[in-house]
Design a protein around this ligand. Structure first.
Ligand SMILES: [Zn+2]
Length: 149
């Protein structure tokens, strides 16, 4: 009977992103909620004109060139206010009643990016890079944020 192979000696050192010119790290977290909507302004007979529901997935991506704490861009736990906003305002709701704009994935991604920038971004170290909204496993819309502060 042989002993298991020992783990190798520790490798690497604390990485410094400045060593990798132009490098940035990105993290993402996906949130889900269920909601109904219908889209106005479509041709007669378009299926999206009928009220229907989706299991929405919303992914936020945060980027940074510097890490904080043990090596985080942002502690995922700091995104709890965003999860609470989705749960309170969108989950099991009619998006036509919640939003003042047409509830397309594109406009929902834009709205959620704006809300995140106003309500979550000021209290976290990472920078919001994108918000992606998926109504189905095969479709998505992404709002990509620029580099401006
Ligand atoms: Zn739909």
């Amino acid at each position: 009977m042989t002993s298991p192979r020992p783990c190798p000696a520790r490798v690497g050192s604390h990485p410094d992103l400045r060593d990798l010119r132009g490098a940035a790290l990105t993290i993402g977290k996906t949130f889900t909620f269920e909601a109904a909507h219908r889209l106005n302004g479509l041709p007669d007979g378009h299926k999206c004109g009928r009220r229907h529901g989706h299991s929405y997935q919303v992914t936020v991506e945060l980027t940074s060139t510097e890490l904080v704490g043990p090596g985080f861009i942002t502690d995922f736990g700091d995104l709890a206010p965003f999860a609470a906003y989705l749960a309170e305002h969108f989950d099991h709701c009619d998006l036509n009643e919640v939003l003042t704009v047409e509830p397309t994935s594109e406009l929902l991604a834009l709205h959620l990016a704006r809300w995140f920038l106003d309500n979550v971004q000021p209290g976290i170290p990472g920078r919001l890079a994108a918000v992606t909204v998926s109504e189905t496993s095969k479709t998505w819309a992404r709002c990509t944020l620029g580099n401006a502060p």
